[in-house]
Design a protein around this ligand. Structure first.
Ligand SMILES: [Zn+2]
Length: 149
């Protein structure tokens, strides 16, 4: 995975934990870091072993609960493999927000950073595992409209 998407995963997972009122401890940082950097699906035992190399004092239950929390909130994907459960980060990749002018039909794609919190909150409140979002905002562009002149 590219470093830029890893950094985005880390940011999103940290943001989620703090939005849930979890303090940013060294343990949680290590879990987030290890989880965001997973190359493939891992069991919680395997994730625990990776995290323990960084923070030797971490307990299995802390890792277990954090990964479960990610999973319950649509930030981790769970798969059943032959010998048990595997987890991997599930970070929304597909976010498109367009501003569409109803007069000249010009469209602009805008920075999805504006919807990060919205996306997370809606997913969490509805217990929905969201992975993409498409928003079209209709109105008048700066050439056709007058309100910004
Ligand atoms: Zn226009």
């Amino acid at each position: 995975m590219k470093e830029i998407s890893i950094q985005r995963n880390i940011k999103q997972l940290r943001g989620f934990l703090s939005s849930q009122g979890h303090k940013a401890t060294k343990q949680r940082h290590a879990i987030v870091e290890a989880f965001a950097r997973l190359e493939d699906q891992k069991s919680i035992e395997e994730i625990f072993k990776i995290v323990r190399k960084k923070v030797s004092t971490i307990g299995f239950v802390t890792v277990y609960r954090t990964i479960k929390l990610f999973e319950q909130n649509g930030l981790a994907r769970k798969s059943y493999l032959g010998d048990g459960l595997r987890y991997e980060p599930l970070i929304p990749e597909h976010k498109n927000i367009y501003l569409i002018c109803s007069k000249c039909k010009h469209s602009d794609k805008i920075d999805p950073v504006y919807v990060e919190d919205f996306f997370r909150t809606v997913s969490y409140k509805n217990k929905f595992q969201s992975h993409s979002i498409d928003i079209k905002i209709h109105g008048l562009c700066s050439f056709c409209g007058t309100s910004f002149h």
